[in-house]
Every structure is written in structure tokens, then in C-alpha cells.
Design a binder for this molecule. Structure first.
Ligand SMILES: [Zn+2]
Length: 585
């Protein structure tokens, strides 16, 4: 539960404050990091040499001399040798258990894989798995079938294996490519109607061609999948938490938590192995005509909360993605194509009146809502719903979020600050890349006006950043996202060019997006997000000072040590072999 923890933290924080204020109390501390270049995100003291830690909390930030005055015989002293340290990062939008399951159990290929490469990888998985076992895998890029026009996507996979159902997910995680065995497993045939908000793509003869878009995937296919076991969920949560720590992430928001996910985090936390804070944005069902069962969400937040698991959060889907699938709701029509014609603007998954009711009721009950709103029409409707909640409830202090809010009509930019709404910047693709090219193909020139970061910051909006892994990005690495917020260039150097370079921001602004802003989005800004006395000792040591290296080297930053609540939870292999934090590389 959150209450005992925060009460405890406040109590210890006030003691810690008095140490700092008196400066002569010289209470001994557990751990000291000294001789560093420490970036604090605290405007009162942006840089420091040393941090002292007691009982998982920061007891002192300042000079090495000041910190060493708090040392006793048993104090662990880590000499940073001039290395750079900063607060642990916050990933405000990620799907850790999906990523963990994918890493541990799925048939994986790169976004750039060709049909032949995919066939070879799936054939390899089929050779290892007993006949009849579902092969899950991915991810094909959103423009895959435009780049590789297969005669029959279903027939292509049937030739790889007809002995296993195969389900391959795209990079947006919204759409699936399946073989005939998977269609049979789901009971989908030529007579199955398209569900609301989804489409079974068909060939000229009316047979499903193996591509299932949005609700056709989510509703028709997903319900027939053999579920992952609780043990697999727990293993995935543990693996994902370790991977996050290795990137320097000490807090994150699961942007769409099923009950099984929330239960897995809770179990890992109970076992003492969850070395980060997790917000679970509890999923709501899509494509519905009825209001949510608010009492049920209240019961679930109580059921799944634990020391590091925060459950006062809900996720609502309002539209899809602005790729060639054309499922994001836009104000102006998509580029004309045969299938959609010239007036198609995408569809909302929820009636605007129903959304406003749900947002108002959840806000009244203390839930922070993350609304998936990718298109500019969807964003406007979501802002309208939050405005309705503010009118009905007054300011609740809850910072609701719009996930992927990249295509914002200029008229709506000031509304984020006015309504205290957080644009959840995810995935980390504010630079040229194949998925951006596919978006530009579907949206035309306006696709180049994606992610108005500078304009949002100048309007006073609080931006939070998230990887969205495993959607759209190969890993959870936040450092490439930080770099590209500044450069608007591909930090991996694969796709040339710039994406709307006028919207680039400074590195210190980008760092705030991934630290204190994310903390605010999690409602944990009193505990995390900066290095200040009384806050949780969540900090990371890097192999470089990101403010001194060329900006194009920031994306390659390696995290050498990650501390969570004062405990060392990740050490890079090179650092381990050299012993403690004393390497001089
Ligand atoms: Zn997501």
C-alpha cells in the first residue's frame, strides 16, 4: 500500500531536512558517493560533488567534504572519480511485461526484416515447438505490406508452417498478421463480420487475407489465444525491471496494465525484487457503448497496490495509429487510397460524450487517466473530455495524460497547460525513421509536423517522455530519445534527415522530461525525479557527462551503476570486473 510508505518517507524526510538545515548534526550515513559531477535537477543547487544516503533516502547533497563529515566506519564510500551522476530516469509510457514476455518467449525479428528473413525465423521457431503450439512473434513495420506486397499474407505464412498457428504483431502492436491455422483457432472465416473499430482484411474473393486490424486483432483473435501463465508474467516483470535498471530507469508507468500484469508486479514486489516504482495504468475495454464500472476500478486499485506499485491510474483508448492502417482520428482526411477513398479521417473508438462521462467520474474518484490519443481529432476530443471533468469537479490536482500526443492542432497546444494535461511523448521517435516515413505516406506533408516539443514547452505544458517499448522501438533505451529531442535526427544513424528541426529543445529540458516531469506524471514528485534531501536515493552513474560530450554521443551513454532507494541494483559488467565504482575508463 502507498500510504504507510509515504508516511514513512515524510517522517524520515523531515528528519533529513533538519540535518541539512543544521549542517552540524553529523548523523552518520550508510553510503556516500563522492568526487562526482552530479547533476541534481534541483534549481537551488544544479550541480554537486557528493550525495550521502541513509535508509534509502538522500541525507545530503553538496561537497565531498560535507558528505565525508557524515561518514562513520561502516559507511560505504564510493569514489566516483569525477564521473557523471544524475537522478534515475522515469519512463512514463512503456509496456514492460509485454516486452518481457516478448524477450523471453516470442519469435522475434527486427522491424526491418524482409519476408524471406521473417520466413526463416518463423521456420526456426516452428522447428523447435511441438505442432499445434501458437507461435507469437514480431514485429513487422507499419509499411511492411506496402514495401513487400505479398500476394497473400496468410498463404505466405501457411507455406512456412501449416502445423502451428502463427500470429505476428506489427510495430504499433495494434495489428496482427496470421496464418490459416491462427484464423481457424480464432474461428474467423469469410462469414465473420468486421467488429466495430476493426477490420478483417480480405482478398478479392472475400477470404480473410491474414491481416487483422485493431479490434479484429484485439477482440476476435486475442480472446482465443492461450493465456500466458502467472509464472510467465512474473518472470517477464522481473526481466523487464532488470532491463529498465540497466538503462538507468528507476520508475516507470505500465501504459496498459491487464489485471495479470498488476498481479505480477505485486508478486515481484512482495518478493523484494521490484527495484523500481511502477504505475499500473489499468486497462479499460475498447469499442464499448457503456460507461465503465467505476466501482470495479476502485476495487482493483486496492487489490493490486503494494509498496512500489501505484494503482490509481487508468488507461483509455480513443483511437489507433496514423500509419497506413489509418486508425488514428484526424481532423483532415488521410492521403487518398483505394480502400479508404479521399474523405477518410479515421475513427474514434469511443463516443465523445461517453469519454467525457468516464473521465469525469474517474477524476472524481481520484484516478489519473492516460488517454491514447494519436490523431489531432482524437487529441481535441480528449482535451474536451478533460475540460468537462475540470468544469464538473474543479481542479482535482490530477494530471491526466494524452499518450502519443504528437499531432496537435496549433489551436489545441495552449490547452495542455490551461487544463494541466500532460502530453505523454511516446514512443521515442521524434526523428526520421521507417515508421515516420510510413506516417508521412499516410498523412502527407503534415506528417512532417509531428512532435511540437518546443511549442508545447513554450506554452507552459508539462511533457513526460516514454519509450513505448516494445511498440515501435527495439528496446527501452531512453538515451536515444533524449538525444533526438535535441537533434531531431535519427540517433542510431540509420535514416538520414531532420524531422521538424524548429521543434528541437535543449538537453537540460530533455533531461527534465525524463526525470522530474515523469515524476510529476506519476504523482511522485515529492519522492523522486531530482536529487534533494529527503527524496528517494534513486540515482545513476554514467560513463560520460552528457552535458560535455557532443550531443550525438548522448544516445550511446552507458549506465554504469543504478541505485534504487540507496541500493545498488545494476552494475555494468566492466565496472564489476574493475571492482566497485573505481574504474578509470
Ligand atoms: Zn503504448
Amino acid at each position: 500500500m502507498t500510504i504507510p510508505t509515504s508516511v514513512l518517507r515524510l517522517a524520515v524526510a523531515s528528519i533529513a531536512m533538519s540535518w541539512s538545515a543544521t549542517a552540524v548534526a553529523a548523523e552518520p550515513v550508510d553510503t556516500i558517493l563522492k568526487n562526482g559531477e552530479i547533476y541534481t535537477i534541483d534549481s537551488a543547487q544544479p550541480w554537486a560533488e557528493a550525495v550521502a544516503i541513509q535508509d534509502g533516502l538522500i541525507a545530503y547533497v553538496g561537497t565531498t567534504e560535507g558528505a565525508m563529515a557524515l561518514a562513520r566506519v561502516s559507511t560505504q564510500v564510493i569514489d566516483l572519480g569525477g564521473r557523471f551522476a544524475m537522478p534515475g530516469l522515469v519512463d512514463a509510457h512503456v509496456h514492460p511485461i509485454m516486452g518481457g514476455l516478448k524477450t523471453l518467449y516470442e519469435c522475434n525479428f527486427e522491424f526491418t526484416a524482409t519476408p524471406d528473413e521473417i520466413a526463416a525465423i518463423v521456420a526456426g521457431c516452428a522447428a523447435r515447438l511441438p505442432a499445434g503450439t501458437l507461435i507469437r512473434g514480431g514485429q513487422w513495420d507499419s509499411a511492411f505490406f506496402e514495401s513487400h506486397p505479398l500476394e497473400s499474407p496468410r498463404g505466405f505464412l501457411d507455406r512456412v508452417t501449416d502445423r502451428h498457428p502463427v500470429m505476428l504483431i506489427d510495430d504499433s502492436q495494434h495489428n496482427a498478421w496470421v496464418n490459416s491455422a491462427a484464423l481457424r483457432m480464432a474461428g474467423i472465416d469469410r462469414d465473420t463480420p468486421d467488429p466495430p473499430g476493426g477490420r478483417i482484411v480480405r482478398d478479392a474473393s472475400g477470404e480473410p487475407n491474414g491481416v487483422l486490424l485493431e479490434a479484429a486483432f484485439r477482440i476476435l483473435l486475442r480472446k482465443s489465444l492461450p493465456p500466458w501463465t502467472p509464472e510467465q508474467h512474473v518472470a517477464a516483470a522481473e526481466a523487464a525491471a532488470r532491463m529498465a535498471n540497466a538503462y538507468g530507469i528507476t520508475s516507470l508507468k505500465d501504459a496498459g496494465a491487464y489485471d495479470e500484469y498488476a498481479a505480477a508486479y505485486q508478486a515481484v514486489d512482495a518478493a523484494g525484487k521490484l527495484h523500481l516504482n511502477v504505475v499500473t495504468s489499468l486497462r479499460t475495454s475498447n469499442d464499448r457503448a457503456e460507461p465503465l464500472d467505476y466501482g470495479d476500478f476502485e476495487a482493483r486499485r486496492t487489490r493490486y497496490a503494494s509498496r512500489h506499485v501505484y494503482t490509481n491510474f487508468v488507461k483509455i483508448f480513443l483511437d489507433g495509429v496514423p500509419t497506413p492502417a489509418r486508425t488514428a482520428a484526424m481532423l483532415a482526411p488521410y492521403v487518398s487510397d483505394q480502400e479508404h477513398g479521399s474523405t477518410f479521417t479515421g475513427e474514434l473508438l469511443l463516443d465523445p460524450g461517453l469519454l467525457a462521462k468516464d473521465v469525469t467520474e474517474l477524476d472524481r474518484r481520484g484516478f489519473t487517466i492516460k488517454i491514447h490519443a494519436a490523431g489531432d481529432r482524437s487529441i481535441r476530443v480528449a482535451l474536451d473530455a478533460i475540460e468537462a471533468a475540470r468544469r464538473a469537479n474543479g481542479s482535482s490536482g490530477l494530471r491526466h495524460e494524452l499518450a502519443h500526443a504528437g499531432f496537435i492542432d496549433p489551436a489545441d497546444i495552449p490547452r495542455f497547460a490551461q487544463l494541466d494535461v500532460v502530453p505523454d511523448y511516446s514512443p521515442v521517435i521524434w526523428h526520421p525513421s521507417p515508421i515516420i516515413s510510413s506516417i508521412i505516406a499516410a498523412l502527407g506533408e503534415r506528417g512532417r509536423h509531428y512532435w511540437p516539443t518546443r511549442s508545447l514547452l513554450d506554452s507552459g505544458a508539462l511533457i513526460a517522455g516514454g519509450s513505448d517499448w516494445p511498440a515501435a522501438v527495439p528496446d527501452q533505451n531512453p538515451w536515444v530519445g533524449l538525444e533526438a529531442l535535441v537533434t531531431r535526427q535519427d540517433p542510431r544513424g540509420k535514416t538520414p534527415g531532420l524531422l521538424w528541426k524548429e521543434e528541437g529543445i535543449r538537453l537540460d529540458e530533455a533531461v527534465r522530461i525524463f526525470t522530474i516531469n515523469g515524476a510529476r506524471a506519476m504523482r511522485l514528485e515529492k519522492q523522486i525525479g531530482s536529487l534533494e534531501v529527503g527524496k528517494s536515493a534513486d540515482l545513476i552513474v554514467l560513463d560520460r557527462n552528457i552535458f560535455e560530450v557532443p550531443i550525438t554521443d548522448v544516445g550511446d551513454a552507458q549506465v554504469q551503476m543504478t541505485f534504487f532507494e540507496g541500493s545498488l541494483v545494476h552494475v555494468a559488467p566492466a565496472v564489476t570486473s574493475a571492482g566497485g565504482g573505481q574504474t578509470g575508463d
